[in-house]
Write a protein that binds this ligand. Structure first.
Ligand code: GDP
Length: 526
């Protein structure tokens, strides 16, 4: 039996991030395939025909039912336990997408090498930076005509503000893609499309090996010249800098052709960090502490709208979870008997027997669990670092039937606690304002208000561009600020004061005019 310390040391918990269409789903499948978890690629996700423009609740939930099962996947690789967390994109993009990143120890960034750094990648990387999360980079689609590789590294460095350390380097691209040169091992891995995990890989030692000149003289000559430049223009891989989040090892390949996948898995196991200590308000919690602790980073409404069933996603922070154990819901001060806790495997949910730091477990509940809630065996540990993120989309909400105001408020309160949407109450005026980072969040809220609370809500666009939570050590100045800018201020569900800016310019002007006020793009769980 492995000890607790060994269980922790062999765990890797990472998120896979990318802009839509870069190849995240494909790479996820291939990671599972190469770990031996699935027999053939293509069996993980229902192909996302996720074009649900209408707000049909069941449709959304069916879609989500699929994504629940596959949004967290656990698998074994080289005697390690790997937890892979998906970050929903497309219409599914929501605040959860950001918050997933607070529950991982590293991230795998997939970039479409024909396109380079795209918008959603930038947003997600900014969130990773809040915790200096180590990033592994995969440049995908080298079987196609892609952009110049050095230029791509340049773009990652300047746009994402992270140094690049190429670990492999592509030889050719598109029709003349020949493989990659593994810089650290000084060997060439020959591109053979569609190789499986058990197939023998053709490897040629040394970039100067004459065998390479026989195989593809033009491309290898070009690579040799390029390597001179690469060595001068990029950074060597330094493990500590990767672990600090300031340098990313970069791999090149083609997910759809199974090429480069094994190197990624090995990098995650060899270099990515095991679960570390997590901060709670009182103290830092070490993953090898005997006592169980965990926090909630995501809540997923269940399939049946009549039952208000939810699954709370817990990241285990310390100790051992075992089926049937009791632990304390710290905010409510109540014991929970965890009989039906689920784990998420590639093929769906299973009852969880045991779990350790880094693992993600699902706790069914009826709405008494909120984002950021902490659980322990009794000690008052309130984990920090599970923030709310400043919304980027806003709607005012009204109701058709004024008699339903109470239900509306109750519904929004609960949906807010679940993290489905953020609710702001303007200091002046009576309309409630909803904030989200993905547009589907509004659709989900509208249909859930109707189905679960019987409220027909009307959402209207607003002129709000973004929100910033504000604070100030000097209470008199804060009062001044409130009195002067009341029309732009609102309180959120936790009663925190937020400035609602009408434009980027408006925000920066206000910041200039009020130098003593601190504007925050995230808010900690209350
Ligand atoms: P996601 O939106 O990031 O999950 O992207 P998908 O995995 O669904 O991939 C988007 C599209 O790119 C699909 O049509 C894939 O078949 C394709 N794709 C993924 N990887 C590769 C690759 O290595 N080469 C090529 N040519 N296409 C790829």
């Amino acid at each position: 039996m492995p000890t607790l310390a060994q269980q922790v040391a062999r765990r890797r918990t990472f998120a896979i991030i990318s802009h839509p269409d870069a190849g995240k789903t494909t790479l996820t499948e291939k990671l599972l395939y190469f770990s031996g978890t699935i027999q053939a690629a293509g069996t993980v996700k229902g192909k996302k025909g996720g074009k649900f423009a209408t707000s049909d609740w069941m449709d959304i939930e069916k879609q989500r039912g699929i994504s629940v099962a596959s949004s967290v996947m656990q698998f074994d690789y080289r005697d390690h336990v790997v937890n892979l967390l998906d970050t929903p994109g497309h219409q599914d993009f929501s605040e959860d997408t950001y918050r997933v990143l607070t529950a991982v120890d590293s991230a795998l960034m997939v970039i479409d090498a024909a396109k380079g750094v795209e918008e959603q990648t930038i947003k997600l990387l900014n969130v990773c930076r809040l915790r200096n999360t180590p990033i592994v980079t995969f440049m995908n689609k080298y079987d196609r005509e892609v952009r110049d590789s050095l230029e791509l590294l340049d773009e990652v460095e300047s746009v994402l503000q992270i140094r690049c350390a190429p670990v492999t380097w592509p030889i050719g691209m598109g029709k003349t893609f020949r493989g990659v040169y593994h810089i650290l091992k000084d060997e060439v891995i020959i591109f053979t499309p569609g190789q499986g995990p058990l197939d023998e890989v053709e490897i040629i030692q040394g970039l100067d090996n004459p065998r390479l000149d026989e195989l593809f003289p033009l491309e290898i000559e070009n690579t040799r010249m390029e390597m001179e430049l690469v060595r001068g223009a990029s950074h060597p891989f330094v493990l500590d800098e990767f672990l600090e989040g300031t340098l990313t090892p970069v791999f090149f390949g083609s997910a759809i052709n199974n090429f480069g996948v094994r190197e990624i898995l090995n990098a995650l196991v060899d270099w990515a960090p095991p679960p570390g200590a997590r901060d709670a308000t009182a103290r830092s919690v070490d993953p090898t502490e005997e006592k169980f602790s965990a926090f909630v980073f995501k809540i997923q409404a269940n399939m049946d709208p009549k039952h208000r069933d939810r699954i709370a996603f817990l990241r285990v922070c310390s100790g051992e979870f075992s089926r049937g154990m009791k632990f304390k819901h710290l905010r409510l001060g109540r014991d929970i008997a965890a009989n039906s806790v689920v784990t998420f495997m590639a093929q769906g949910r299973e009852q969880v027997e045991e779990a350790y730091a880094g693992d993600i477990i699902g706790l069914p509940n009826h709405g008494n669990i909120q984002i950021g809630d902490s659980f322990s065996e009794g000690e008052a540990l309130s984990f920090t670092g599970i923030p709310y993120f400043a919304p980027e989309l806003f709607r005012t909400v009204r109701i058709k039937n004024p008699l339903k105001l109470k239900q509306l408020q109750k519904g929004l309160q609960q949906l807010g606690e679940e993290g489905a949407v953020q609710v702001f109450k303007p200091l002046n005026g009576s309309d409630l304002i909803l904030g989200a980072v993905g547009v589907l969040q509004f659709e989900v809220v509208a249909s859930r208000l109707l189905n679960e609370y019987g409220v027909e809500a009307i959402f209207e666009s607003t002129s709000i561009y973004t929100a910033r939570w504000v604070s100030c050590e000097n209470t008199r100045k804060l009062t001044d600020f409130e009195n002067s800018l009341g029309n732009n201020l609102a309180r959120d569900a936790a009663d925190s004061l937020a400035y609602l800016a009408t434009s980027r310019v408006n925000l920066s002007l206000t910041q200039e005019r009020w130098p003593d006020i601190v504007f925050h793009a995230t808010r900690e769980h209350a």
